[in-house]
Design a protein. Structure first.
Length: 384
């Protein structure tokens, strides 16, 4: 299903003014505006609820140049600024872990409200309660949809449910199905975050970039939906892939999604991409900007639950996990190599890119980017 543009003659999409100019992928000013208008005011996916399910557990993420810690305080999960208000060290310095919110520099420790306990306060600082409160960590909005956790730096605007629209029900469904994490990896890309996003929004490049990997994984068919706020696509597994996954499902007694049985791909603005394989495997990818021409890819691979008793079919399971992990990393490595070359070529261009009808998902991504960059601080659901 290809919507929102003319598909009869496979003509390039109209609205060339919507396509981003080359400078949008390397300008420091553009990145500053993205930090302010998109990544500070919008909901950004940061992780899964099980990562902070126990007291003391935390995850960290960099959003719009701001270090954020999501931490469990005796069963209550909060999102706070991850910089000590004493002399500005990062408080939690690992991507995830379990420890109190204690600065490793001088031992200032913060509670769920961001209020510091100051070692030696009476002797060295004599801070009153009001003065300590003035040194509290900034708190950020944190909301969950199923097991998916999202943070917003600036208050106000649509709720997470409004931002997600139809995808809220999908995320809740995925939360019930995909419970077995088999890979979690971060890697730097020498490319603007938007090029990273675009690498997953079309399959036009598959024949050239993935001739031995993804090309053989699916049939040469791709149905896309860019109606309203939606930006998703469906491909159909090749006969070999479908047969392999059917065997895996049977041997490992997996409990797949009955709604999503092909290769289904969803994109949630600004930077969350979710790929699903035969209802049994989920890839969750985010592209976070780290500089005008750099980003960090963070991906997680999860599998559906199994009815097998622990230890049963251990060798088969390990073989499947190794196969899936290497296959996914190979595809992303191929994407990174070509996208880093695109970043270099982009520097030499003055005209915007041209989007064919088979690149409508990128076209919609560009439209949404423009709307957010031009929008007033509070966006309505229609603006999404």
């Amino acid at each position: 299903m290809l919507k929102d543009h003319n598909t009869e003659n496979d003509q390039p999409l109209s609205g060339a003014d919507v396509a981003m100019q080359p400078a949008s992928y390397y300008s420091e000013q553009v990145q500053a505006e993205e930090f302010d208008r998109i990544f500070s005011r919008g909901w950004v996916f940061v992780g899964f609820a099980e990562q902070v399910a126990e007291p003391g557990q935390f995850i960290t993420v960099e959003i719009a140049g701001t270090s954020v810690v999501v931490q469990n305080f005796a069963g209550e999960v909060r999102a706070l600024h991850n910089v000590c208000s004493h002399r500005f060290a990062r408080i939690q310095q690992e991507p995830c872990g379990n420890r109190s919110l204690t600065c490793p520099y001088h031992g200032w420790t913060y509670n769920k409200d961001g209020l510091p306990f100051v070692p030696g306060n009476a002797k060295f600082f004599q801070l009153s309660d009001e003065q300590r409160a003035a040194r509290s960590l900034r708190r950020f909005e944190l909301q969950a949809c199923g097991r998916f956790l999202f943070v917003r730096l600036e208050p106000g605007g649509p709720t997470l449910e409004q931002h997600l629209g139809d995808y809220a029900a999908i995320l809740r469904h995925l939360s019930d199905i995909f419970v077995d994490k088999i890979d979690d990896h971060r890697e730097p890309w020498a490319a603007n975050w938007k090029f990273g996003v675009e690498s997953v929004l079309e399959v036009y490049h598959v024949t050239m970039v993935h001739p031995e990997t993804f090309k053989n994984f699916v049939q040469p068919r791709w149905e896309i939906n860019v109606e309203g706020h939606r930006n998703d696509g469906t491909a159909y597994l090749s006969e070999t892939s479908a047969k392999w996954w059917s065997g895996v499902t049977r041997r490992l007694q997996l409990k797949p999604s009955e709604q999503l049985t092909n290769y289904d791909h969803f994109f949630i603005f600004p930077n969350l991409a979710i790929g699903l394989t035969q209802g049994n495997l989920m890839s969750v990818q985010t592209y976070l900007p780290t500089g005008p021409e750099t980003c960090e890819l963070h991906y997680r691979i999860l599998m559906s639950a199994s009815d097998l008793a622990p230890g049963k079919q251990a060798a088969v399971r390990q073989a499947v996990l190794s196969n899936v992990t290497e296959f996914n990393r190979a595809i992303l490595r191929e994407d990174r190599e070509i996208i880093e070359q695109v970043q270099k070529g982009n520097r030499q261009m003055t005209m915007p890119p041209l989007h064919g009808s088979n690149e409508a998902r990128i076209h919609q991504f560009h439209r949404h980017w423009h709307r957010w960059m031009q929008a007033a601080p509070v966006l309505t659901r229609a603006d999404q």
